[in-house]
Design a protein around this ligand. Structure first.
Ligand code: PEP
Ligand code: MG
Length: 536
């Protein structure tokens, strides 16, 4: 038995066979080329072939219910039309007289280095896309179509690769994946986000050379602990089974009796796309407590139009079939950057123009989104929620914008829900302290424990160096949660929790006792929570 330590990206435990997908580091035997013109031609031909591969991956993802992954492939494909990239590669082929595959991998490293150095999370995420698309290109150029055998249907695999890869997730198929292990951090990569939404246990920071020696070994991935256990012995397997039981794959009798008292607590889902709704409902969600609409803004190359947004919110409302859908207005800024928006370089982006502050600073964008949400409210039970609130003033301004849009719709004779409910996220210590005043302005609160933890404990949620300080169970957070529930009760409004702490099965009873009306949980944790609360 051997253990490899890494960093947890998406929790979960699974067993499978390690399959190593080596990095296309293009150690081409050919160090020089004799004909740069021919190499450039080969490069452009490979680009066409790579585009076709992207189209095939897109089709495969779309037909396998991997809509988010399909969108990522489309975004990655645009890199193949990037003139800067082409210029850099062809320039290097000519100047250094090297083969096309070598130029692609050198330029890939140059671009990725540059992106990774930026403090812009979106650019950092883009660097992983450049990596993936370059891998496809070098694969084509070196005619390395050594695709690993298709996974045996009964055999789940743990994908080990240098970078987390969207295309490997698509190619393997989510039902065949037991976990993901990679060397580079990549927590901001699209592949990590997809792994999170599919609930695939994922760890990073494992040496790929060490993993290469373990190709085809049996292993358990324990992403809660951030470790890979190779050829586990019986004692370890029993320990893991016990841990899975504790984590909700089978609650003890005592826990079940306790949870029976939580009958009033609604279990809602956190979603990042319309497609997530099917997953949420089939896992037993009673509604959607948080639709993170910033993803709609992040995965486009320009502001999404009124029509584009309306179509999405309407489709979402219809899919909910009468259940509540809480749409959060775009929470842009901080770790959620949008390339086409003017974003000044901020020393402390988490404390900068983020959430409602950005929406209020871009009234056209804000009102377009509000209008699309209002229009969709004619098709279902939609509520609106504002993120990152720190003052009553922000709420009255946001509601002022909403009223203006309502007036516009009335004069255009477009129907919408006149009684649409408005809520705010409680995710700053300031919002907790003025909860009574805020409650007078809104219909509900939803506590964002992810940001509340970061702002209360002064621990960056994206900085692994301060992971130990970022503790959502800290007594300060628990006291704040109690205070918010009490303020909600005092003022007769509903309260919920939509941060990750809401998915902590061990806390459900506490939240219920505090008086919360709902918890909204990630798709990955939803089956565990709804399973544990079944038969309340
Ligand atoms: C939170 O901060 O807890 C939250 C739910 O919002 P996000 O994670 O999208 O910032
Ligand atoms: Mg937040």
């Amino acid at each position: 038995m051997q253990k490899i330590k890494g960093k947890k990206i998406c929790g979960g435990i699974n067993e499978g066979i390690i399959r190593v997908f080596s990095d296309k580091d293009c150690e081409s035997d050919l160090k020089t080329n004799n004909d740069s013109g021919a190499e450039i031609e080969r490069f452009f031909a490979a680009k066409s072939r790579a585009k076709k591969i992207c189209d095939d991956l897109y089709d495969k993802a779309a037909s396998n219910d991997l809509k988010e992954a399909a969108e990522v492939v489309l975004a990655q494909k645009t890199i193949l039309d990037d003139e800067e990239f082409d210029k850099a590669v062809t320039g290097m082929i000519e100047k250094d007289k090297i083969p096309a595959e070598r130029a692609v991998s050198l330029i890939r490293d140059e671009f990725c280095e540059l992106f990774k150095k930026s403090d812009d999370e979106k650019l950092i995420a883009r660097s992983y896309d450049v990596y993936e698309i370059s891998d496809i290109l070098t694969e084509v150029l070196s005619e390395d179509n050594e695709t690993k055998e298709e996974a045996d249907k009964d055999e789940k695999i743990i994908i080990a690769s240098k970078n987390l890869s969207t295309s490997l997730i698509i190619k393997t198929g989510k039902e065949n994946i037991a976990g993901l292990v990679s060397e580079s951090d990549g927590k901001n990569s699209h592949a990590a986000i997809i792994a999170g939404s599919l609930g695939i246990p994922t760890i990073t920071g494992c040496n790929i050379n060490e993993l290469s020696a373990l190709d085809e070994s049996k292993a358990i991935i324990d992403a809660y602990e951030g470790e890979l256990i190779i050829e586990p012995d019986e004692e370890t397997i029993n320990g893991i089974i016990e841990k899975m039981t504790e984590r909700g794959n089978g609650m003890s009798n005592e826990d079940q009796i306790d949870l029976k008292d939580c009958s009033h607590l609604k279990i809602l889902a956190n979603i990042g796309s319309v497609a997530d709704i099917d997953n949420a409902l089939s896992s037993g969600a009673e509604g959607v407590g948080l639709f993170r609409t910033e993803f709609i803004f992040m995965d486009t190359y320009d502001y999404p139009t009124l029509e584009e947004q309306y179509e999405k919110y309407k489709e979402a409302a219809e899919k909910m079939n009468g259940r509540e859908l809480i749409i959060r207005t775009a929470d842009i800024g901080g770790d959620k950057k949008v390339p086409y928006m003017t974003m000044l370089s901020e020393g402390n982006p988490a404390l900068g123009l983020k959430g409602i502050r950005r929406s209020l600073s871009e009234p056209e964008m804000f009102k377009t989104q509000l209008k699309a949400i209002l229009m969709a409210s004619a098709s279902g039970k939609i509520s609106i929620m504002f993120p990152m609130i720190t003052s009553v003033n922000e709420v009255t301004k946001a509601k002022g914008n909403l009223e203006e849009v309502k007036e516009e719709l009335r004069s255009e004779k477009i129907s919408f829900d006149e009684n649409i409910r408005v809520g705010v996220m409680i995710e700053t210590p300031a919002a907790v302290m003025i909860a009574d005043e805020l409650a007078k302005e809104v219909d509900f609160f939803s506590v964002g424990t992810n940001d509340l933890t970061q702002y209360t404990l002064a621990a960056d949620r994206c900085n692994a160096e301060v992971d130990d300080y970022y503790d959502p169970h800290h007594p300060a957070i628990i006291k704040m949660l109690k205070a918010v529930a009490e303020a909600g009760k005092r003022n007769g409004i509903k309260t919920g929790i939509c941060g990750e702490l809401g998915s902590d099965i061990s806390m459900i009873k506490t939240f219920s006792d505090m008086g919360y009306d709902s918890v909204s949980v990630s798709l990955a944790k939803l089956p565990v929570i709804t399973g544990a609360l079944k038969g309340r």
